[in-house]
Structure formats: C-alpha cells, structure tokens
Ligand binder design. Structure first.
Ligand SMILES: Nc1ncnc2c1ncn2[C@@H]1O[C@H](COP(=O)(O)OP(=O)(O)OP(=O)(O)O)[C@@H](O)[C@H]1O
Ligand SMILES: Nc1nc2c(c(=O)[nH]1)N=C(CO)CN2
Ligand SMILES: [Mg+2]
Length: 214
C-alpha cells in the first residue's frame, strides 16, 4: 500500500475526496497557468534553506540568515509579523492570512481543504503558484512527496538540492501545537489525536530526508 493510502486508512480520509479537491485546484489554476517548478528548483539548488514550522518554538525566531526561507502555512503569519518575508510558502491554505507578493506558493489540495481552496484562492490567484496533490498527479498538479506542510517543505528543499536545510519552529514530540498553526488559535494548545499523529508522520518524513540525503 502506498504512503498516502496508508495515511488515509490511519485517519479515515477518503481517496475520492482527495481527488475532488485535486480536480478543483487543477481547475482553479487553469487561468493564465504558468509552471513555476523550474523557478523553485533554481531558487533552492545549492543554497542554505530555512524551513519554518508552526510549533510552539516558532516565537524564538527573530531573524533568519539562510539564503532561502520556506515557511509552512501558519508560520508565514508569524514571519511576516517579524518583517521576515518567506521566499516559498508551502500551504494547504488553512493557516495563512497574509499573502506576501513575489513568494512562490506551493499549494496542496487534500480532501479536507476544498472550502479553503475556494475561499482563499482569490487572495493568491495572481501569485506564483504551484499546485500539488496527494493522489496520482494530473493536469497542472505535482506531487513532490511528504504529508504535512512542514515536512513537504523539507522534502522540496531536499528534492531541489539545497546545500543545507535548517529547521525552525518544528516540535514533533511535545504534544503542543503552536498558536500560529491556525488563525483562530489564541495560544499554544495540546495536540488532538489527529494532530499528534500528523506530527508523528511529519517527524518520520523529516528523519527520512535527513538520514538519506544530508
Ligand atoms: N508542534 C507543532 N505544531 C504545529 N506545527 C508544527 C509543530 N511542529 C512542527 N510543525 C510543522 O509546522 C507545519 C505548519 O503548521 P500548520 O499547523 O500550519 O500545518 P498543517 O500541515 O496545515 O496542519 P493541519 O493539518 O493542522 O492543517 C506543520 O505542517 C508541521 O509540519
Ligand atoms: N484528506 C486529508 N489530507 C490531509 C490532511 C487532512 O486533514 N485531510 N491534512 C494534511 C496536513 O496536515 C495533509 N493531508
Ligand atoms: Mg495548514
């Protein structure tokens, strides 16, 4: 069974919903479509890359001196509030409420974010977009690997041959979700069963990347 089928079984996600969402994102991308994958590859190749997550330790970040900054979803809101502009934003669109210009947005379609795709797409429709999915990729969609926004960012950095990858705001083990994870959180909070298990998978993916390639 493939990686995503196993995850769907573990969480009870439905494959057809992942496909509906993917079809929707593919169609949203149809207007003035441009493929920014090569631009992303050129941006990352040979560079030091900071990958920033939305863990409770995110607020320790005051500045970043890596060549390239990749923020994962909700972490973008914190970085922008500190005047740090991410070069790349990896998102399923349920965390970001700011939409910096000139960043490359790597947007995921999954079975649980169709309403965000619809409501948030107007805010990013004129940005540099790369659509991704967690089913067999088709049309304008790509599948680079990984699961949560944070570990998919690490997979991207590795796939596009970053010289080094440094992690910030990543805390897979404490069972605490950072308040920047969702716009409606006021404080850090204990992780639900599903979030704990999402973070377990994220940790596993990140470890695989670091053990195999770095
Ligand atoms: N303790 C943590 N709390 C929240 N995010 C974390 C933590 N540690 C690492 N991260 C990483 O930060 C990323 C960004 O967080 P965010 O909650 O916005 O992501 P997400 O993948 O959209 O999650 P969700 O499925 O809850 O929507 C996560 O995808 C995860 O990989
Ligand atoms: N169907 C489905 N897929 C996902 C989900 C989710 O909640 N539902 N969350 C993800 C990242 O956190 C990634 N993929
Ligand atoms: Mg999200």
């Amino acid at each position: 069974m493939n990686f995503y089928s196993q995850i769907r079984r573990q969480f009870g996600f439905r494959e057809e919903e992942d496909y509906y969402s993917a079809v929707l994102l593919d169609q949203l991308l149809a207007n003035n479509y441009d493929d920014y994958t090569e631009e992303l590859r050129n941006l990352i190749r040979g560079k030091t890359v900071a990958v920033v997550g939305a863990g409770p330790n995110l607020e320790q970040v005051e500045y970043l001196d890596e060549d390239v900054i990749i923020s994962s979803d909700g972490a973008t809101n914190y970085l922008v509030s500190k005047g740090i502009k991410p070069d790349v934003i990896v998102t399923d669109l349920d965390g970001i409420t700011v939409y910096p210009k000139n960043s490359i947005y790597v947007v995921l379609a999954h079975g649980n974010n169709t309403e965000y795709l619809i409501s948030k797409f107007p805010f990013i429709s004129d940005r540099k977009l790369i659509g991704t999915c967690q089913v067999f990729p088709f049309g304008r969609l790509k599948l680079f690997g990984g699961f949560t926004d944070g570990d998919r960012a690490v997979v991207l950095a590795s796939l596009f041959q970053a010289k080094a990858i440094r992690l910030y705001g990543m805390d897979f083990d404490s069972g605490i979700v950072g308040k920047y994870s969702k716009p409606y959180y006021e404080n850090n909070l204990p992780a639900s069963w599903i979030k704990k298990n999402k973070l377990k998978i994220a940790k596993h993916v990140v470890e695989e990347v670091f053990n195999k390639t770095l």
